[in-house]
Design a protein around this ligand. Structure first.
Ligand code: UDP
Ligand code: MG
Length: 317
């Protein structure tokens, strides 16, 4: 019997890319010994993504779509696809063709060699704007310094996972899953492939600097409480400094040295005010995460789909 491969593609306003990517993928799988199914998640698109998906699904029995009730974000769209995938392995990639589908052949080879996770590493793309490259690099550095997992630079959600990994992953009930971190955290036999990213085929990027920052913070706070320790250490460091400073203040008063206090007072207030806000913010993020998690809401809501869902924790047509 042929082995099956599920290909999961999150799509948010990707109308112009879908036909092209499915065409490319079908071309690839035609020459392999695998049976492929394609799962595309319409993450609350406002363009014709859904109409195109429905039309494609009506003529392609291997194509499944999931319509979200609204935009839940890339990570949850991906999760929904992984939740429903039935293949012996699952490959996830972006809809915009930045992840070259041709790499799938190599990924499958590595999988056949006994690797459970084949992830990809993007070589630095000189054609990307400087700001995007730097923010992306900063993103990985921040996560690696501040959390207990190590994610290699340039690993996006373009990877192959064996069924056994997916089966474990499905049981995760994290409210804001940071998938590339979770996969790394899970272990198993993992191997990387390097590739040169392509240009987005059509449309525009959905990640801006603000979203990247949010994503990075989410990544860090999902994996460690190091930032909380950092806050405590900072507190200690400044307390020590003030302990050294107090005798100096007494000495000055005792000796009757005139002290120009204004500038130093303002600076201290501003500096410590900022620091305290940051630290409170960090604590707040963790409390917020607990709050979101305790509500136990479903991660995402499926409005309609053309296949019988594997899980039942959400609403369906
Ligand atoms: N995406 C999504 N929901 C979102 C944002 C993005 O499903 O809210 C999808 C998008 O359609 C694409 C993938 O996630 O398939 C990566 O997004 P994008 O290409 O915009 O990110 P970039 O490559 O610029 O980092
Ligand atoms: Mg992209």
């Amino acid at each position: 019997m042929k082995k099956t491969v599920s290909v999961v593609i999150p799509a948010f306003n990707e109308a112009e890319n879908l036909i092209v990517i499915i065409d490319r993928l079908e071309g690839i799988f035609k020459n392999t010994a695998y049976e492929a199914e394609f799962i595309i998640i319409d993450d609350g698109s406002t363009d014709h993504t859904l109409t195109i998906l429905k039309t494609m699904a009506s003529i392609n029995t291997k194509l499944f779509y999931i319509e979200f009730s609204r935009n839940f974000g890339h990570q949850l769209a991906l999760k929904a696809g992984l939740d429903q995938a039935k293949g012996d392995c699952v490959i996830s990639l972006d809809a915009d063709l930045q992840h070259p589908p041709e790499l799938i052949i190599q990924m499958l080879e590595k999988w056949e060699e006994g690797n459970d996770v084949v992830y990809t590493r993007r070589s630095e793309d000189k054609s990307l704007p400087y700001g995007k490259r730097k923010s992306s690099s900063l993103f990985y550095k921040l996560i690696n310094v501040l959390s207990s997992i190590q994610i290699e630079e340039g690993t996006a959600d373009f990877r192959l996972m064996d069924k056994k990994v997916i089966d474990v992953f499905r049981n995760f009930e994290e409210n804001e899953p940071f998938i590339r971190g979770l996969v790394q955290w899970m272990g198993y036999k993992q191997i990387a492939i390097d590739y040169i990213p392509h240009k987005r085929h059509a449309g525009t990027s959905k990640y801006n600097l603000r979203k990247m920052m949010r994503f990075a913070l989410q990544g860090v706070t999902s994996f460690s409480i190091k930032p909380l320790y950092t806050a405590v250490y900072l507190g200690f460091a400044f307390s020590m400094l003030s302990v050294l400073y107090i005798p100096y203040v007494f000495y000055s008063v005792y000796m009757g040295i005139e002290v120009d206090g204004w500038a130093s007072t303002i600076m201290t207030i501003v500096f410590f005010g900022g620091l305290q806000l940051i630290i409170m913010g960090i604590i707040g993020i963790y409390i917020g995460k607990m709050f979101m998690q305790t509500k136990n809401r479903p991660n995402y809501i499926i409005k309609s789909t053309n296949f019988v869902p594997a899980t039942t924790n959400t609403n369906y047509d």
